[in-house]
Design a protein around this ligand. Structure first.
Ligand SMILES: Nc1nc2c(ncn2[C@@H]2O[C@H](COP(=O)(O)OP(=O)(O)OP(=O)(O)O)[C@@H](O)[C@H]2O)c(=O)[nH]1
Length: 297
C-alpha cells in the first residue's frame, strides 16, 4: 500500500528508541530526526515536518515529565497525534443529505482522475440511497463527455453533457437545473482539467462555480504528484473554495505524502481515497484508523 514505507520507517524509528536502555534527549532527537527524514522522503512539505518536530518536542518535553513515566509511550502517542493533526483540518466538510438537492463540483488537473472519481462518488452515494446525477462541464478534453457517459451508463446514473456546446458554464447550468427538476439530490459537476495550473482553467472554474453555486467543491489530487502537492492544492484553493479533497491512485507506487500536504494547503479534509480504476475501488477516509494502520498499530 502507498505510504506503507513511511509507516514502516516511523515504526522502525520508534522501535529503535524503545530498544535503547536509557531514553535521554539524544535518543529522542535521533528518533525524531529519523521520523522527519521518513516524512520528507514521502514528499511531505518541509515546513509541516519542521512544525511537527517542534510540536512533538513540546509534548514530550523530557524535563517536564515526571520520573518513571513511559517515555516510549508518550513519544508514540505524540507521533500519532501529530500525524492525525496533519491530516485533520479540524472542521468536517459539507456532507450531502438525502432528499435535499446538493450540488458538488469536482476540480483538479488533467489526468488526476477527476472523471473517474465523479462516478465513484456518485456510485457510492447511490448505494447509500441517494439519487445522484452527473454533469459533464468538461468541454476542453475531447472524449471527456464520452468517458463520463460510459461510466454513468455502466453505473445506471443519469448524466448530462453536450457534443456541440463549447461553453462549460452553459452546460453546467443546464445540467444542474434539469436534475433539480428531476428531484436528484446529488448533482455532481465534472469540470475541465489542464496539464498544469493556468489562468484559463482557474477562470473557467470560477465561472462554473459562480453559475452553479456548489454546496461543496472537491479537489481531486493524484497521490503521485509528490512535493508539488502543496502548491497545487493551494492554487486550487485560492481559485475555487475547495471544501474537501479526494486523493486518487493510492493503489499505485506513489509515496503519498502529498496527501498530508494537500490537507494543509486547503485546510480541508480528505474525504475519500481512490484505490483502483474500478467504480467500487473507493474508500471513505478516516484519519485515526488510517494513521493507526500507517503506524502498524
Ligand atoms: N490505479 C488507479 N487509477 C485511477 C484511479 N483513479 C483514476 N484512475 C485512472 O487515471 C486515469 C485518468 O483518470 P480520468 O478520470 O480520466 O482523469 P481526469 O482528471 O478526469 O482527466 P481530465 O478529464 O482530462 O481532466 C484513468 O486511466 C483512470 O482509470 C485510482 O484510484 N487508481
Amino acid at each position: 500500500m502507498v505510504l506503507a514505507q513511511l509507516g514502516g520507517s516511523i515504526s522502525r524509528a520508534l522501535a529503535q528508541m524503545s530498544n535503547a536502555t536509557v531514553i535521554d534527549e539524544k535518543v529522542l532527537n535521533d528518533c525524531l530526526n529519523e521520523i522527519s527524514r521518513a516524512l520528507l522522503q514521502a514528499d511531505v512539505q518541509f515546513k509541516m515536518v519542521r512544525d511537527m518536530q517542534t510540536n512533538i518536542k513540546r509534548i514530550v518535553n523530557l524535563e517536564a515529565l515526571a520520573a518513571g513515566t513511559n517515555k516510549r509511550r508518550i513519544m508514540q502517542q505524540a507521533v500519532f497525534t501529530e500525524l492525525c493533526n496533519m491530516l485533520d483540518p479540524g472542521k468536517p466538510s459539507f456532507t450531502p443529505k438525502k432528499g435535499k438537492p446538493s450540488v458538488v463540483m469536482f476540480v483538479g488537473l488533467q489526468g488526476s482522475g477527476k472523471t473517474t472519481t465523479c462516478t465513484k462518488y456518485a456510485f457510492y452515494h447511490q448505494r447509500k440511497g441517494f439519487k445522484p446525477a452527473l454533469v459533464c462541464a468538461d468541454t476542453f478534453r475531447a472524449g471527456a463527455f464520452d468517458q463520463l457517459k460510459q461510466n454513468a451508463t455502466k453505473a445506471k446514473i443519469p448524466f448530462y453533457g453536450s457534443y456541440m456546446e463549447s461553453d462549460p458554464v452553459k452546460i453546467a447550468v443546464e445540467g444542474v437545473e434539469r436534475f433539480k427538476k428531476e428531484n436528484c439530490d446529488l448533482i455532481i459537476v465534472d469540470t475541465s482539467g489542464r496539464h498544469k495550473q493556468e489562468a484559463a482553467l482557474f477562470e473557467e472554474m470560477r465561472q462554473v462555480s459562480e453559475a452553479t453555486k456548489p454546496d461543496l467543491v472537491i479537489f481531486v489530487m493524484d497521490s503521485s504528484i509528490g512535493q508539488a502537492a502543496f502548491d497545487q492544492a493551494q492554487a486550487f484553493k485560492q481559485s475555487a473554495s475547495v471544501g474537501a479533497v479526494i486523493i486518487t491512485k493510492m493503489d499505485g507506487h506513489a509515496k503519498g505524502g502529498g496527501a498530508l500536504s494537500a490537507v494543509a494547503a486547503t485546510k480541508s479534509p480528505v474525504i475519500f481515497i481512490g484505490t483502483g480504476e474500478h467504480i467500487d475501488e473507493f474508500e471513505v477516509f478516516d484519519v485515526k484508523p488510517f494513521v493507526s494502520r500507517l503506524l502498524g498499530q
